[in-house]
Design a protein around this ligand. Structure first.
Ligand code: HEM
Length: 482
């Protein structure tokens, strides 16, 4: 992609301007703004991708917005960051207002610095050191479910998967075990739920009323944000004190916070405490619903597709042998079908379906001239919902991701979608998320059969900031004793 940042650069070459792109008709003054609000606006965008193709335009209060889903162009745009594109300003303001910033909303040199900090906290060694704790947390959830079923009580998958994801991310990001799985009234869980409620509502609202007046829910979210910051600051103080006593933790950090503190305590680093706090909060927010929703969608799709569930169960049984759940780190590499089941779930139900950006300079995207400061939204589903790329694309078929030999570039499905984004801002939590997904889903398939629950409300796709199922209509049935 060509970028034009100053007049000395040769003229950009393009064949279309934004006005030439197809797009839906809008209303006077507001354009398409009203159609772009609401908890299912991602589905409207996806519908427009079908109608108008891989690149189309919208108009939001007179400002153009370009939507891109062609995989090559999406990849190019993602890779042009941070220089070529910045994150959407609206999202940044909404997140920063709720005290959620850190690396996600940072740009330029500040981003580069914070990215280093977060990457130090989420590298493979840190995750590996944390792996035994994740196994214990998963086992705890298994025991809770077995007890519930033995008592004839249903398992609340939606609630428990969120609590499990929170336990994991607080464990790795703060070095603290809050056991939200067994604590219904956990204050951190309540505060994070409040934040997501506000984030979801504000990012899908057409009128930003909170800029002018605050409702009780807004004040409640501010209170939650303050309490989260207090909790995180306390975790950081405790960890710093522990690290002073145990010098070996500097060299071999057991969790993300220890790794970030070790990086920020390095005399050559210039990380501030504020950056440490904001990135620790961001990780907790970024790591909970993403992973929990991904597992929930996998279970929903598997329950509807017994053949896929059976194939996954067979793989899990073969890998685990007599073990009740994954205990050995080396087993993590032995779940190709589970990985495929996850990729296929992200293709059909991306939990972060679109990434919003703004161009930093005049440039060409695909074949279209994009002026500086234009909003460009890329679909993380990319070509994943394109019938020509994924025949019978509505069907959940993990087999699409299984190959005896690595396919050539143009046939490789992993190059056609971007569930974790791409380029230099690729999600730094993906390895942690995949580790948790493998431990939890393999445990579930080992011990339970998934039954589609016809009496439960259907799982609608809802944007609660991340895209969540409105319900998880899946019943767990114990497979085998013990
Ligand atoms: C299945 C789970 C997850 C999905 C689908 C997901 C998806 C994404 C996506 C699409 C982005 C935007 C990337 C881009 O702009 O190119 C992102 C960024 C990010 N994610 Fe994740 N994520 C997941 C789990 C996590 C976890 C567990 C963490 C926490 C530790 C995390 C932390 C972050 C951070 C800090 C960023 C910002 C990176 C930057 O701007 O440099 N994510 N994620």
């Amino acid at each position: 992609m060509d970028m034009n940042t100053n007049a000395a650069v040769p003229a950009l070459s393009y064949s279309r301007r934004i006005e030439d792109l197809p797009g839906p008709a809008g209303h006077p003054f507001v354009g398409n703004a009203l159609q772009l609000s609401g908890r299912q606006m991602h589905l409207r965008l996806t519908g427009w991708v079908r109608e108008f193709g891989p690149m189309f335009r919208l108009n939001v209060f007179g400002n153009p917005m370009v939507i891109v889903s062609d995989a090559t162009t999406v990849n190019n745009v993602l890779r042009e960051r941070p220089e070529g594109f910045r994150r959407s300003g609206g999202l940044k303001t909404i997140m920063n207002d709720l005290n959620i910033g850190g690396v996600f909303t940072a740009e330029g040199e500040t981003w580069r610095k914070q990215r280093k900090l977060v990457m130090a906290g989420l590298n493979a060694e840190v995750i590996r050191n944390f792996f035994p704790t994740m196994v214990v947390m998963t086992e705890r959830m298994l025991e809770r479910w077995k007890t519930a079923l033995a008592d004839g009580k249903p398992v609340d998958l939606r609630r428990d998967l969120k609590a499990m994801a929170l336990d994991t991310i607080v464990g790795i990001a703060m070095g603290h075990d809050i056991d939200a799985v067994n604590d219904d009234g956990n204050p951190l869980q309540r505060n994070i739920d409040n934040m997501f409620q506000r984030l979801g509502q504000r990012t899908t609202a057409s009128f930003h009323y909170w800029k002018y007046f605050k409702l009780p829910v807004d004040r409640e979210a501010e209170q939650s944000s303050m309490e989260i910051e207090q909790a995180v600051t306390e975790f950081i103080d405790n960890t710093r004190a522990r690290m002073k006593q145990q010098a070996q933790l500097q060299a071999k950090p057991g969790n993300m916070l220890e790794a970030m503190i070790a990086a920020s305590d390095n005399p050559e680093s210039d990380f501030t405490d504020e950056e440490l706090v904001s990135n620790a909060i961001l990780s907790v927010i970024g790591g909970e619903d993403t992973t929990a929703n991904s597992i929930a969608w996998m279970l929903i799709l598997l329950a509807r597709n017994p053949a896929a569930a059976a194939a996954l169960t067979a793989e899990v049984d073969a890998v685990l042998g007599e073990a009740t759940l994954v205990r050995d780190w080396d087993m993590m590499k032995q779940f190709p079908y589970l990985e495929a089941a996850h990729s296929e779930a992200q293709r059909l139900r991306a939990v972060a379906p679109y990434i919003g950006m703004v161009s930093n300079a005049d440039c060409v995207v695909g074949d279209t001239f994009i002026p500086r400061n234009t909003a460009v939204i890329v679909s993380t589903a990319g070509e994943g919902l394109d019938e020509t790329q994924f025949p019978q694309h509505e069907q959940y078929r993990p087999e699409r991701w299984i190959f005896e030999h690595r396919p050539p570039k143009e046939e490789d499905p992993s190059r056609k979608l971007f569930p974790f984004g791409g380029g230099a801002r690729l999600c730094p939590g993906r390895f942690l998320a995949l580790t948790e997904i493998k431990i939890v889903v393999s445990m579930i398939m080992r011990h339970f059969e998934l039954e589609a629950d016809a009496d439960a409300p259907p799982a609608k796709q809802v944007l609660n900031f991340f895209m969540a199922p409105s319900s998880v209509p899946v019943r767990l049935k114990l497979r085998r004793p013990g």
